[in-house]
Design a protein around this ligand. Structure first.
Ligand code: 5RP
Length: 231
């Protein structure tokens, strides 16, 4: 069973959490694509839901599948968001932002009564941090913000290179919100909660990819079946 098949299995298992009449958040990334496609089939078969996508890409995909869409301004409270992750630990702390959508993903997760994470089991790690932590930064004064990020990282007991994420043509990647992403290669994150707090107070940091206490369920596809973590 290849990685794509595992992603699809996790995404399809998450469709069981969707009930008629729900207000849903739609995640971003290759695993979330399988969920959105499955949801599109359910909508075509008569399911009644309304959804807030977490990126322009997910918006476009959902629209193409005739999934009814809304915004958090019209619908500020959601029942459920289903999203992927770059890493998760057994307490369902996450690293997200590999697809540069972490800001909208976190806003939507915080507006949702429940967050279900979908992934293949290679994403379950202890501790977090082998995957570089994405941090979304305002372009104004970015070098000064990066200095403060280094201090925040050190004060939380970690260390590592902080690198601006570029597009394939070498220009800086700009997020859906108009910001930069810096990837922090920390190797392991000794204290995710402290690091999250330290990054949160830096004025130029819009958000970071540590999702602490937001997810309640993880659906992990393994070669031998679905593994669920619920907290
Ligand atoms: C996007 C994300 C994605 O959920 C994360 O990168 C996982 O993506 P994939 O399902 O493609 O592995 O956080 O910002």
């Amino acid at each position: 069973m290849n990685a794509e098949h595992l992603k699809q299995q996790a995404a399809e298992a998450a469709l069981d959490y969707v009930k008629d009449g729900m207000k849903l958040g739609l995640g971003t990334g290759s695993t979330a694509v399988y969920f959105i496609k499955g949801l599109g089939e359910m909508v075509a078969n008569g399911l009644n839901v309304i959804c807030v996508p977490t990126s322009i890409a997910s918006h476009e995909l959902a629209k193409s599948l005739n999934i009814p869409l809304t915004t958090l301004d019209e619908t500020p409270k959601l029942d459920l968001v289903v999203d992927g992750a770059d890493e998760l630990d057994a307490e369902l702390n996450l690293i997200k932002g590999g697809g540069a959508a972490l800001l909208r993903e976190k806003i939507v997760a915080a507006a949702s009564a429940k967050m279900v994470v979908i992934a293949d089991d290679s994403k379950l790690v202890a501790p977090l941090g082998a995957y570089p932590l994405p941090v979304e930064v305002i372009p104004f004064g970015a070098a000064a913000t990066v200095e403060l990020m280094h201090k925040a990282i050190k004060d939380a007991g970690s260390t590592g290179a902080v690198t601006l994420r570029n597009n394939a043509d070498g220009t800086p990647l700009i997020t859906d919100g108009g910001h930069y992403i810096y990837d922090c290669a920390l190797g392991s994150i000794a204290n995710p909660k402290q690091l999250a707090l330290n990054l949160n107070v830096i004025p130029g940091v819009v958000e970071h990819g540590l999702f602490i206490g937001l997810a309640q369920v993880a659906i992990l596809a393994t070669k031998t079946g679905i593994q669920k973590i619920e907290i």
